[in-house]
Design a binder for this molecule. Structure first.
Ligand SMILES: Cc1cc2nc3c(=O)[nH]c(=O)nc-3n(C[C@H](O)[C@H](O)[C@H](O)COP(=O)(O)OP(=O)(O)OC[C@H]3O[C@@H](n4cnc5c(N)ncnc54)[C@H](O)[C@@H]3O)c2cc1C
Length: 411
């Protein structure tokens, strides 16, 4: 017996920030929305982002903001212009969540949590009539092109006037975004780029002692730099973290895209540590000149150069015996200590992913060229950006852009 087919006005698949924002825009326009998510609750990655304070967006010159999306900046620009960082802050404020600008320009909710915002947002969506179906996994399309969705006790076959996919990227699969959708899109001839880790750590085999003593410890106030394939220098300051597997943390994520690309192209990438970004080579030389005659190298590194704990261990791990005893060469090494990596950390542990639905597969309103009235939004599209609020910003903006295009198309 053929399945019974349900006909719905608007179906949103994926209940992360992008899918929820689509549901909000459509429901505000009076469209009945059914939102399906595979997990028992929606917004799990969004809630996880709240643990780091929920960096919603970034307060900076708009041109600079747009440039963070690299070679996808021009493609994403119309969407980003349609829902700017200011719009995002006003949207949060309308939900009763005020935001503030941190010292680096990052924008956070005052409470630095995602849960209150999500709670109020979901309540508003329910008030707008959005029907949220958790534990409903999209399985693919059937031969007739209808959506197949596996619920807790039956498989649904659905036709919709408009369909939005907001299935997320391919990292942190335990939170729902497992990337399994990619093969289903590819099988339908929709161009997708393979997932690659973005904002990721890098593997390195530390000496056993360093690993046991300093795994998980922050390397405070350092800078890291790398040169990309076009010869452009990338530099990030902040606190990196020595992980048991290698390195991670904000500044590392900030230069992870060119590092990943270099590893892909050449099999290795050399990154440079600046262990004392506030002092020049000359200042370090002057400090070393003030040493006492009997000071050992270890003491000079500690007292004159300020290398203690994990910084000292890192310096020792990455220098030869000859370099360690060459006092003249030490300041330059502290300022530019090379470390070569050959492996990114796996994609599932990355903060976000590059890859997904290629922009060649969608039109300028993010509608799939091969499937009219079917849109893709959020991280599942093939763009990447550094951390700093740029990820959520583009997820929200692409959702607003595509939803409003679909509403306009209906009229
Ligand atoms: C630890 C961590 C911290 C972060 N912090 C920040 C931050 O501070 N600022 C920032 O800008 N970004 C941050 N991000 C990134 C940000 O959370 C993501 O970019 C964003 O959540 C992506 O939104 P999305 O709606 O596109 O996808 P997701 O949030 O990944 O949602 C996708 C949804 O689709 C559902 N789904 C997947 N497959 C199916 C299927 N087959 N059927 C039905 N449902 C399905 C999933 O269950 C999930 O709910 C962080 C990420 C991580 C991992």
């Amino acid at each position: 017996m053929p399945d019974s087919v349900t006909h719905l006005a608007a179906v949103v698949i994926g209940g992360g920030p992008a899918g929820l924002m689509v549901a909000e825009q459509l429901s505000k326009a009076g469209i009945v929305v059914d939102l399906y998510d595979a997990m028992p609750t929606v917004g799990r990655k969004f809630l996880r982002a709240g643990i780091g304070g929920l960096n919603l967006t970034h307060n900076e010159d708009w041109q600079d903001f747009i440039s963070r999306y690299g070679d996808k900046a021009a493609t994403l620009r119309p969407a980003l212009d349609s829902f700017t960082a200011t719009d995002l802050r006003s949207w949060a404020a309308a939900l009763g969540v005020d935001t503030f600008v941190g010292s680096s320009g990052r924008v956070f909710p005052i409470e630095k949590k995602a849960a209150p915002l999500l709670r109020r947002w979901l309540s508003r969506l329910r008030d707008n009539g959005v029907r949220i179906h958790s534990r409903h996994r999209w399985l693919g399309w059937n031969e007739a092109g209808q959506l197949r969705i596996q619920g807790p006790d039956r498989t649904l076959t659905i036709n919709a006037d408009m369909t939005f996919f907001a299935l997320g990227g391919g990292s942190w699969s335990a939170l729902g975004s497992d990337g399994q959708w990619l093969a289903k899109f590819r099988a339908r001839g929709i161009e997708c780029a393979a997932f690659r880790p973005s904002n990721c750590g890098f593997e390195y085999a530390w000496p056993a002692e360093l690993k046991s003593q300093f795994s998980g410890s922050p390397l405070k106030s350092i800078a890291v730099s790398v040169c990309d394939s076009k010869g452009l220098g990338w530099r990030q300051r902040g606190d990196a973290v020595i992980a048991s597997y290698g390195i991670e943390g904000g500044p590392v994520y900030g230069i992870s895209a060119p590092m990943r690309d270099a590893i892909e192209q050449h099999g290795a990438c050399t990154m440079y540590w600046d262990l004392d970004p506030d002092r020049s080579i000359e200042k370090l030389q002057q400090a070393i000149a003030k040493r006492r005659p009997k000071d050992s190298i270890a003491n000079i590194l500690r007292k004159q150069c300020g290398l203690n704990g994990n910084k000292l261990a890192l310096f020792k791990a990455l220098t030869s015996k000859a370099q360690m005893t060459d006092l003249d060469g030490i300041p330059a090494l502290i300022k530019r200590l090379p470390q070569t990596f050959t492996q990114t950390r796996g994609v599932d542990e990355a903060i976000s992913t590059d890859g997904g639905i290629c922009f060649t597969a969608v039109d300028d309103k993010l509608m799939l060229k091969k499937r009219p009235n079917t849109y893709c939004v959020g991280e599942m599209l093939d763009w990447e950006a550094p951390t700093g609020g740029y990820l959520l910003s583009a997820c929200f903006a692409t959702a607003v852009w595509a939803a409003n295009a679909a509403i306009a198309r209906q009229k």
